[in-house]
Design a protein around this ligand. Structure first.
Ligand code: SF4
Length: 465
C-alpha cells in the first residue's frame, strides 16, 4: 500500500475505489447479518456481555497479580516468559531467539500484536523469512500490503483481485473461486510448516491460574504453527490475561458470535508449554512475550476501557466511516473506531489528530461490542484533549470554539440560524445542499446536506404553547 500523507487524502482515494467499495459492502454487510442472527438466537448473550465486561474490569484492577500468576504458571509448564516494555523490546527478543537458535524461516498465524511491532519487516532485515499462513494474511503478504481489518486482513479485496494476484505470484492461472484459491494457498503453505524452525502466533487470551495460552482461529494453520516447528513464540499484549478457565468460557461464548456470527470458532487451541516427554506433538521450546507498549499507562488513563478490547472486529463492520473507507485509509495498524483509540494508546494523542474525527459518534460500535466499550465517549474526550492541548489545527479549534459559543447562547443560536438560512439560499437545489463554497465545500464534495429548516424547533414550539 502506498499511503498518502494525510488521512483526508487517503479517505478520498478509498471513496473513489470501486473495487474497495464493492468488497467492503459485501463483507461488512455479511458480518453484520451473521452477528445479528447469532445473538438473536442466543438470549443469554446480553448477560454474558455484561459478565465479560465485569471480568475485564476486575482483571485490570489486579493486572499485576494476574500477570505474575500467568508467568509463573507458564514457566512451571516448561515455557519461557519475556517481558517487553516496548515494541522494540518485543522485536529484539524474537530476533535474539532467531539468532541464538539459527532460525532461517518462521511460519506465522494471524496476529495483530506482531503487526503492531512490525515483526515481518524486522525478521526480513535480519535474514529470517516470515511466512504468513492465515489465508487472509497470506494474500496480503503476497500483495505486499498491510491488513485492513482486525479479523479479516484481506477484506478490501474481491475474489477476482485475489485470483489475479495468485495467478501473477504463483505462475498459474486460477479461477475467481474461493475453494480453488484456498486449495492453491494450502498447497503452497503445506511444505513451509515442515521447513520452518519457528512458529509465531499472537494470543487471544492467557489464563492466569493455569498458564494456558488460548488461540481462537478458523483455519487449521494455527495448530500447525503451534505444533510443527521446533520453537513456538506467542506475542501478547498484557491486557489479554484473564483469571481462570471459567472466565474463558464466558469470552468464548461471545467472541466468535461477535466476530463472525459463529457459535464457536472452528479451532480453539489451548497451548500449555512445550512438548513434554511422551508427547508426540508440540514444539521443543515455548516462549511467551508479554508486551506492554503503552498499555499500562492507560490503566489509570483516559483510554482504560480500550484495554477491554477482544479484537473481534465487530465495531469496524458497523462503523459508517469504516464501511466507506476501509482499513488502509486509517494509515495505522489498528483501523476502525477502536483502532483510533488503540493508536492513541500506542503512539499518543498527537498521532490521531485527524483520525479522532473519523467517527460520526452514532454509537453503533458500542452497541455491538461484546464488552460494551464506550468508544464514542472516549472519542469525544480525545477530541477535547486535542483541543485543550492545542494539538488540533488553529482553524479547527477556532471553528469549534465559535460553534460551542453559538450553541450555548439561545440568542446567538437564533441569530446564527437566521443568517444560515439566508446564506444557504443560493446553494439549495431540489431540497438539498449539494455544493457549498470555500471550506464547507469539503463536506459536500462526497455527500449532500439537508438545508436548515425554515423555522427552528423552538420557534415551532412557541406556536404550540
Ligand atoms: S472494541 Fe469491542 S467490538 Fe471493537 S474490536 Fe474491540 S471488542 Fe470487538
Amino acid at each position: 500500500m502506498t499511503a498518502s500523507p494525510r488521512f483526508g487524502e487517503r479517505a478520498a482515494v478509498a471513496l473513489k475505489d470501486a473495487f474497495l467499495q464493492e468488497a467492503l459492502e459485501i463483507a461488512t454487510t455479511k458480518f453484520i447479518g451473521l452477528r445479528k442472527d447469532s445473538f438473536a438466537g442466543f438470549p443469554e448473550g446480553e448477560g454474558l456481555r455484561d459478565q465479560a465486561r465485569a471480568i475485564k474490569e476486575a482483571t485490570l484492577q489486579k493486572l499485576d497479580h494476574y500477570l505474575e500468576q500467568v508467568a509463573d504458571n507458564v514457566e512451571r509448564l516448561g515455557g519461557h516468559v519475556h517481558w517487553a516494555a516496548t515494541a522494540e523490546e518485543a522485536r529484539e527478543t524474537i530476533l535474539g531467539l532467531c539468532r541464538d537458535r539459527g532460525v532461517k524461516m518462521a511460519v506465522k498465524s494471524k496476529s495483530m500484536a506482531t503487526e503492531e511491532i512490525e515483526l515481518n519487516e524486522a525478521l526480513e532485515r535480519a535474514g529470517v523469512t516470515p511466512i504468513e499462513t492465515d489465508l487472509g494474511e497470506y494474500i496480503i503478504q503476497l500483495a505486499h500490503e498491510k491488513p485492513s481489518h482486525i479479523i479479516a486482513p484481506a477484506i478490501h479485496k474481491t475474489k477476482g483481485q485475489v485470483a489475479d494476484l495468485f495467478s501473477r505470484e504463483l505462475n498459474e492461472r486460477f479461477a475467481a473461486d474461493p475453494e480453488v484459491l484456498t486449495a492453491a494457498a494450502r498447497k503452497e503453505l503445506r511444505q513451509k510448516f515442515l521447513q520452518a524452525d519457528m512458529g509465531i502466533t499472537g494470543a487471544n487470551f492467557a489464563v492466569a491460574d493455569t498458564g494456558t495460552v488460548v488461540l481462537v482461529t478458523n483455519e487449521g494453520n494455527g495448530r500447525m504453527v503451534t505444533s510443527l516447528p521446533r520453537i513456538h513464540v506467542a506475542v501478547m499484549g498484557i491486557e489479554k490475561v484473564i483469571p481462570s478457565m471459567t472466565d474463558l468460557m464466558v469470552f468464548l461464548a461471545i467472541l466468535a458470535r461477535s466476530a463472525t456470527g459463529q457459535k464457536l470458532s472452528v479451532y480453539t487451541t489451548l497451548v500449555r508449554g512445550p512438548r513434554r516427554s511422551g508427547e508426540v506433538d508440540g514444539p521443543e521450546e515455548f516462549h511467551l512475550i508479554l508486551m506492554d507498549n503503552g498499555r499500562s499507562r492507560q490503566i489509570a488513563g483516559a483510554l482504560r476501557e480500550a484495554l477491554y478490547c477482544l479484537r473481534c472486529g465487530a465495531c469496524l463492520n458497523v462503523c459508517p466511516v469504516y464501511r466507506q473507507i476501509g482499513g488502509h485509509a486509517y494509515g495505522e495498524t489498528y483501523p476502525g473506531p477502536i483502532g483510533i483509540l488503540l493508536t492513541a494508546m500506542l503512539k499518543g494523542d498527537r498521532a490521531v489528530k485527524d483520525l479522532a474525527h473519523a467517527s460520526s459518534l452514532c454509537g453503533a460500535c458500542q452497541e455491538v461490542c461484546p464488552v460494551g466499550i464506550d468508544i464514542p465517549r472516549m472519542l469525544i474526550a480525545l477530541r477535547h484533549r486535542l483541543d485543550r492541548e492545542r494539538i488540533a489545527p488553529l482553524g479547527e479549534r477556532l471553528m469549534f470554539r465559535i460553534f460551542g459559543r453559538v450553541l450555548a447562547s439561545p440568542a446567538l443560536f437564533r441569530l446564527g440560524a437566521a443568517l444560515g438560512r439566508l446564506a444557504q439560499r443560493p446553494f439549495v437545489r431540489d431540497g438539498r445542499l449539494r455544493s457549498l463554497p470555500l471550506l464547507f465545500g469539503r463536506w459536500t464534495r462526497s455527500r449532500d446536506l439537508p438545508p436548515l429548516a425554515r423555522r427552528t424547533f423552538s420557534e415551532r414550539w412557541k406556536d404550540l404553547a
